[in-house]
Design a binder for this molecule. Structure first.
Ligand SMILES: C[S@@+](CC[C@H](N)C(=O)[O-])C[C@H]1O[C@@H](n2cnc3c(N)ncnc32)[C@H](O)[C@@H]1O
Length: 197
């Protein structure tokens, strides 16, 4: 796709290395990762480059595809897939036999029903032993871990987004997944490592 400039996210630049450190462990024995909500495509290119044992499949709503294509066309990586159109709540789950799923900073942007469906779909579609790495800000037992996260949550609600999800509600929505680790990440974020039972 020509004419679309590469979008840039400073947050992705800041968090990609700490996330990579965790993915090296969590996805060590995975083969095929579906990324949900690839956004700019920056994470996809970085993780595919640094985790060459993986096939990294991008996906997002169609309006993000031009930017993702722009990042992809600047690399020679063979282990990254052009974006699939996938909006949780609109499209069926990509039929690619992924044994891992990655999604960053999506659950608090989605509406509550979409976040619930995300957990349901991932838990249904991952094979036994499959791993879901979910990065972002969450509440724990209803508590925000910083004032800035509390402020951001309410600003999201004012703008019509779904806002932060509590880790306990995610657990309820994903009965086929076990939450193996809650990793503290920089900037008051978490990486949730789920495994299909
Ligand atoms: C804050 S951006 C994060 C993008 C990228 N993952 C990152 O970490 O920079 C939120 C992303 O969630 C995606 N998103 C929002 N609602 C979605 C839905 N219902 N299904 C799939 N993706 C969704 C948006 O399209 C966007 O790419």
């Amino acid at each position: 796709m020509q004419g679309v400039e590469k979008p840039f996210s400073q947050a992705c630049e800041n968090n990609k290395r700490p996330i990579l450190q965790q993915l090296e462990r969590a996805f060590a024995s995975r083969k095929h990762i579906l990324e949900i909500g690839s956004g700019t495509g920056q994470h996809a290119v970085f993780f595919a480059e640094h985790l060459p044992h993986l096939m990294w499949q991008t996906s997002d709503q169609v309006q993000y595809h031009g930017g993702i294509h722009a990042w992809l066309s600047d690399t020679n990586l063979a282990n990254i897939g052009a974006p699939i159109e996938f909006k949780v709540g609109n499209d069926s789950f990509p039929a690619i036999n992924a044994d891992g799923v990655f999604s960053a900073n999506t659950a608090h942007i989605m509406q509550k029903e979409e976040a619930k469906l995300l957990m349901h779909l991932v838990s249904q579609h991952l094979p036994k032993g499959g791993v879901f790495c979910q990065y972002g800000p969450f509440t724990q037992k209803g508590q925000f871990n910083s004032q800035s996260n509390r402020d951001f949550h309410f600003s999201l609600l004012e703008r019509g987004y779904g806002g932060y999800r509590d880790i306990d509600e995610l657990i309820v929505w994903a009965p086929l997944l076990s939450l193996k680790r809650i990793v503290d990440m920089p900037a008051n974020n978490y990486l949730l490592v789920w495994e299909k039972k």
